[in-house]
Write a new protein. Sequence first.
Length: 157
Amino acid sequence: MADLFIDCEEETFDASLLEKYALAGTESDAPLCAELVFTDEEGIRKLNAQTRGKDAVTDVLSYPSMELERGGAIRAGEHPFDLDEEGRLFLGSVVICRERAAQQAEEYGHSLQRELYYLAVHGLCHLLGYDHETAEDKAQMRAREETALTAMGLPRE
């Protein structure tokens, strides 16, 4: 399993759970890192408009630093310019909207904690090349998400 470091300044979010379980089954010859940022509705709406041309609030945005093949091994030698000062390969950034997460937790009938970790795992999956454009892609991504969340002790209720 690949080592992962999450750069997250949100004090109420325990990134160590993501570091331990989110990349289960991912093969990498270098330690990996990603940035996790929390924002409000206005912040994510602005980002969504600026980067995707969609002037709307969303729950999570992912900004991969490189193109990776879903489920493929990650080789630092193929991405030498994406190594940070500690020799970790930077996967990219994930931005989560706190308010949208709270709304969705209530709507889906589970805890805010589960929703926040779900969105973080979902975003990390995008950084690893997963997507949900087709039914098959969506099924593979959901299976990976649920495996990570179950390992974290946050299965579907």
